[in-house]
Design a protein around this ligand. Structure first.
Ligand SMILES: NC(=O)c1ccc[n+]([C@@H]2O[C@H](COP(=O)([O-])OP(=O)(O)OC[C@H]3O[C@@H](n4cnc5c(N)ncnc54)[C@H](O)[C@@H]3O)[C@@H](O)[C@H]2O)c1
Ligand SMILES: [Zn+2]
Length: 340
């Protein structure tokens, strides 16, 4: 088992099992939050605690769900010494973190992350929250869980599309911060896709190390943490306009950012080819058939935009990144290469 500490408050346990979760909590004052799928698949391995079950999908990440959880916590008599354990993917983690951070002005919490995306991204870094009025993550807090368990065995039941979302973030971490991890992915992509235990454990550990390192420098996203948005500015616009899964959208977004990096003289065409090949080997798309005007329009509405310029994360070769301001006109020109 590998462990990492985030902000000196949160311990990430990679390779620990859900069935050992009981060791990290006191069962008499812990409440589990999970979703229907995860409970059906793994409920028999849960610690012996009260369970609050939520529905599935982005539409449950709301204040209504939060209200339901607060009511349940009150009914169960949970006081300041209580603990909430979220067992699930990114949605369960975001909801658990927000519920625990606000109930009685904050009680302690932990996660068992059950999707690849939650293990490499959502459960690390202390951001939590819910959607309001159709806008993503509008209300939330920065607050670190006590611990995060990443149990690789749970990944075997994930549908391919959910795995792809995790792989897109894994490639992102390698591209922005670790050229050796990128080489390792190129060599071991088949084992990664088949969830070979040592390969997937190493990729999850490398991803968490990179994200934890960045968050430790900049918890509240004033500088360094922006790099974690690599592929996401264009990616979010693609996701919004086409409805493709997050991983596919981020893959297209990373291609876009790579084209821009070439244009700015930071990346070579040969490096772009390697990035494209790796994404394809991991079954992620590199082009999209859609109306490029719509994507550029969505990007113009990006909340991180200031005037004509958008803050964009670019690659300074594979394994290094930097943030530059890019004009909307330039983005329009580059998007021609991606939209077919
Ligand atoms: N807080 C952050 O820093 C952060 C970062 C990235 C993403 N997120 C959030 O994470 C959410 C997406 O997370 P996600 O992709 O994990 O989605 P998710 O939580 O919806 O899980 C995806 C699906 O997989 C199912 N599932 C979970 N574990 C399973 C398993 N082991 N086997 C089979 N099925 C399983 C779930 O029931 C669900 O239907 C988004 O809301 C996003 O905003 C947050
Ligand atoms: Zn993402």
């Amino acid at each position: 088992m590998k462990t990492f500490d985030v902000m000196g408050k949160s311990r990430i346990l990679i390779g620990e099992s859900l069935k050992n979760a009981e060791k990290y909590i006191s069962t008499d004052n812990t409440v589990i939050i999970t979703d229907h799928n995860v409970r059906r698949l793994y409920g028999n391995l849960f610690p012996n605690c009260e369970v609050i079950e939520i529905g599935m999908g982005e539409s449950v990440k709301t204040l209504d769900t939060m209200n339901h959880i607060y009511q349940k916590l009150i009914e169960l008599g949970i006081d300041r010494s209580g603990f909430i354990l979220g067992i699930g993917g990114g949605i369960v983690c975001d909801i658990t973190g927000f519920a625990a951070s606000t109930y009685l002005r904050g009680i302690q919490f932990g996660f068992v992350s059950t999707t690849l995306l939650a293990q490499v991204d959502a459960s690390v870094g202390g951001k939590n929250g819910v959607n309001v009025g159709g806008y993503k993550n509008m209300v939330g807090t920065f607050n670190q869980p006590q611990f995060v368990i990443c149990d690789m065995n749970l990944l075997k039941t994930l549908p391919p599309q959910e795995l792809s979302c995790g792989f897109a973030e894994i490639v992102k971490h390698a591209l922005i911060a670790d050229a050796k991890m990128f080489d390792y992915l190129e060599i071991n992509f088949k084992e990664a896709l088949s969830l070979n235990e040592s390969v997937i454990e190493r990729l999850v550990a490398d991803s968490i190390r990179i994200k934890a390192n960045i968050v430790n420098q900049d918890e509240r996203e004033s500088g360094e943490r922006r790099k974690l948005n690599f592929g996401h500015t264009f990616g979010h616009a693609v996701e919004k306009t086409t409805g493709v899964p997050h991983g596919a959208a981020v893959s297209i977004g990373m291609m876009m950012a790579s084209y821009l990096s070439i244009r700015k003289g930071f990346l070579s065409k040969q490096e772009l080819k390697r990035i494209e090949c790796l994404l394809l080997m991991l079954k992620l798309p590199t082009v999209i058939s859609t109306d490029r005007e719509k994507i550029v329009d969505a990007m113009k509405k990006d909340k991180k935009r200031t005037g004509e310029l958008i803050k964009f994360v670019l690659l300074d070769g594979i394994g290094q990144s930097l943030v530059k301001e890019i004009s909307v006109t330039e983005l329009e020109e580059v998007s021609c290469d991606l939209c077919q």
